[in-house]
Design a binder for this molecule. Structure first.
Ligand code: GLC
Length: 724
């Protein structure tokens, strides 16, 4: 490890061009490589051919032998001998692919998510990756936006829990060290408020008040940084009139001065170059000046810093001090990763072969997938009885196996079983029939084969959904129903009269009105990763019980969006009474979602007793206990997620009708009862008041406890005046 003094000496030894090079990230083709994943448009790269600029980091390369070769080639040519940083998107697994993050969030299990991140880091680090562009914790309220797949949902506090868990998983747990060769430096993204894109159109403008930004969109990034996240990635979108990548108020005032973050800030792909089409810079030279003054340390995949930064310093338009500060942060990160002692971080093909795709990792992926799936409806069809019956799997996912989801790094579709294959492994091939009937997209609809297998079966699984490319980056959809002819297929299969379970493979909440009524059971499988089909089979046959809960509500129609659960009450809330006409709502649809935030079923049922508070008044220095007995009234063991929400009934600004503040899992045998207690404390009641000061305000509150964001019991309490 170099000392701070040695790092300063190394900085002082660099030429201005070498300093600027440390602030440039390109793909490996800049080093003469031919691999690496391209994750954005190449049209703006425009680095002069044969540029000899020595860059500081590489995007998208993987593989121990390959990265060792690139690093060795660089060090052989480098005058200063500063190793390259290798960064990649290991969003939900490296080769063993976990469920997409939106699915992982539905596990409501931060410990499991941390374990998955640790596994992903072990595989990726063995493969030579050193920095991971994860966690993505953008708050989302619009399922048209395809990147809802990459985050954990519509609640700021929950997103923060998962962002911290992923950060700890990648970086070696609380207090972990990046010198551990099984860790990755984490990079939280996309700072900030990228998920607020208007119309759900990716890369689109956001327009938020300072209060909404601070109250709803910033907290999760802050939690990741509080957990020690090493880097921040700026987002493509505008925040209050300025693109985040050129926004000094966001990057210097809030991120560095208010929050005290002193790690590396990297732009998103060509986001500096895009300051020109955004219309805040006339040229790439001006874009470079704006970004470095705003506080961006590394320019990912644009020509701006490479071609103009040194010149801007020489021209006196950018103080060299800012460049020195940025380069020092980059050198500190390389030092923290141990690269000055071992530029390869012990990545080698032997270790890679031993670690990557380990059977234990696949077992973890299967567990994570089962925990992430959400049972949305069950008329008793599931789990299938062990009666030897024939199961017909129909729909596009009766033959497709691309269930890994977007951003699946080195994951291979071929590694994943299809749903029929997974069911055949469990039930025997003779008991499983399959026919697609239609594609995911397109107008083909072949019912003959479907009718044949359905007529020969005792029960049916409709395996439908989206293509992985319909979500993720640039995956925005204006309509969010089942694509192609799948809805027609579902209706035709329902009409055949056999009991039918619908299994969904998708990367966003969908408009399920066309299937929810006809299906006897509805299982949201998301894009569940390498072991996802096997996990779905485990649930269908009852080897595992569903316990996922939605972290993003499913609207009845895209016309209701935004329809997030933690909305304001308005001056005319609907009460369901006769005088609802002049109230906030629709004439043609109810105002609530089809399936709300926090919702999910299991294979048993639970009953809640009376909610109790241990006192009516919360002293700001004390705590108040809210308790409820929960009973398993079904015939199977099951897990219930008891959820605590709080509502501030009157504040100096309007307050959400409820906010998730806690949850507890209880595992209960049939007939068993347990008492669930939550402690409410004053910090849980804080918010950005009329003056934007973050504090609680004395007054009346509701504690709401139940099984999801709509099915709750409530009790009122008072936060007393602070007597200190
Ligand atoms: C992409 C994505 C970002 C990703 C980066 C590097 O444009 O917006 O999430 O980490 O480029 O691949």
């Amino acid at each position: 490890m170099k000392t701070e003094r040695e790092l300063h000496a190394l900085l002082a030894s660099l030429t201005l061009s070498e300093k600027a090079g440390q602030m440039v990230q390109q793909g490996e083709e800049h080093l003469g490589g031919t691999g690496g994943e391209i994750t954005g448009p190449l049209r703006h790269l425009r680095l002069e051919p044969g540029t000899t600029l020595e860059i500081g980091s590489v995007l998208g390369s993987t593989g121990a032998a390959h990265i060792r070769e690139l690093q060795a080639r660089h060090l052989d040519r480098s005058r200063h001998g500063i190793p390259l940083l290798f960064m990649a998107d290991v969003i939900h697994g490296y080769r063993t692919i976990l469920p997409v993050p939106l699915a992982q969030g539905c596990s409501f299990d931060p410990d499991l998510v941390r374990e998955g991140a640790r596994m992903a880091a072990a595989e990726a680090a063995a493969g030579g990756v050193q920095v991971n562009f994860s966690p993505m914790c953008d708050l989302v309220r619009d399922p048209r936006w395809g990147r809802v797949m990459e985050t954990t949902g519509e609640d700021p506090w929950l997103n923060g829990l998962f962002a911290a868990a992923m950060t700890e998983g990648y970086q070696g747990g609380p207090g972990g060290s990046l010198r551990d060769p099984e860790t990755l430096a984490a990079c939280v993204k996309h700072f900030a408020a990228y998920g607020a894109a208007e119309g759900g159109r990716d890369y689109n403008t956001t327009d938020l008040s300072e209060r909404t930004l601070r109250e709803s969109y910033l907290p999760a990034y802050r939690r990741a940084l509080d957990a020690g996240c090493a880097m921040v990635m700026t987002s493509f979108n505008v925040v209050d009139g300025l693109p985040a990548t050129g926004n000094a108020r966001l990057l210097r005032t809030i991120l560095r001065e208010e929050w005290g973050f002193d790690g590396v800030v990297i732009s998103d792909w060509n986001a500096i170059g895009e300051l020109v089409p955004h219309g805040v810079a006339e040229t790439f030279r001006e874009a470079a000046r704006l970004a470095v003054l705003a506080g961006v340390d590394i320019d990912m995949m644009s020509p701006c810093y490479a071609n103009h930064l040194a010149e801007l310093v020489i021209a006196g338009e950018v103080p060299e001090r800012l460049v020195d500060e940025a380069v020092l942060r980059i050198l500190r990160l390389k030092n923290a990763l141990g690269l000055f002692d071992d530029p390869f971080r012990q990545a080698d093909p032997e270790r890679e072969a031993r670690v990557v795709f380990h059977p234990g990792h696949r077992a973890l992926a299967r567990k994570a997938a089962a925990r992430s799936m959400v049972l949305l409806k069950n008329d008793g069809l599931l789990p299938f009885p062990p009666d030897g019956g024939i199961v017909a799997v129909v729909g596009p996912y009766a033959v497709e196996r691309h269930i890994l989801g977007g951003w699946s790094c080195l994951g291979e579709d071929a590694d994943a079983a299809s749903l029929p294959e997974a069911l055949a492994e469990r039930l025997g091939a003779h008991r499983v029939l399959a026919a697609a009937g239609c594609g995911i997209e397109g107008d083909d609809l072949d019912l003959a084969a479907v009718e044949r297998v359905v007529s020969a079966a005792d029960r049916v699984v409709l395996a439908v959904g989206e293509h992985p490319g319909m979500s993720g980056e640039a995956g925005s959809r204006a309509a969010i129903g089942l694509p192609g002819r799948q809805e027609a297929l579902c209706r035709a299969v329902f009409a055949l009269g056999k009991p039918c379970a619908v299994v969904l493979f998708n990367g966003r909440p969908l408009d399920l009105r066309s299937v929810a009524d006809g299906a006897a059971a509805l299982l949201e499988a998301w894009f569940p990763g390498t072991e996802g089909a096997r996990a779905a089979a485990d649930l269908l046959v009852g080897d595992a019980s569903p316990r996922g809960r939605l972290t993003m509500g499913f609207p009845r129609s895209v016309g209701q969006v935004p329809i997030h659960y933690n909305h304001f009450n308005t001056g005319r809330p609907r009460t369901g009474g006769a005088d609802d006409y002049f109230c906030s709502g629709y004439q043609d649809l109810p105002s609530d979602p089809l399936f709300p935030f926090g919702f999910g079923l299991s294979y048993t049922q639970f009953s809640y007793g009376d909610l109790r508070l241990d006192r009516p008044v919360l002293d700001p220095a004390g705590c108040l206990a809210v308790s409820v007995p929960v009973t398993n009234i079904g015939s199977r063991p099951g897990s219930e997620l008891v959820q605590l929400y709080i509502r501030d009934l009157c504040g100096s600004v309007v307050r959400p009708v409820r906010e998730l503040k806690g949850f507890q899992w209880v595992d209960l045998a049939p007939g068993e009862t347990t008492e669930v207690t939550f402690a409410i404390t004053e910090p849980m009641l804080r918010f950005h008041g009329a003056d934007l000061r973050y504090a609680s305000e004395p007054g009346r509150f509701l504690a709401l406890v139940g099984s999801d964001s709509l099915h709750l019991q409530e009790k009122e309490f008072v936060l007393s005046q602070d007597r200190r």
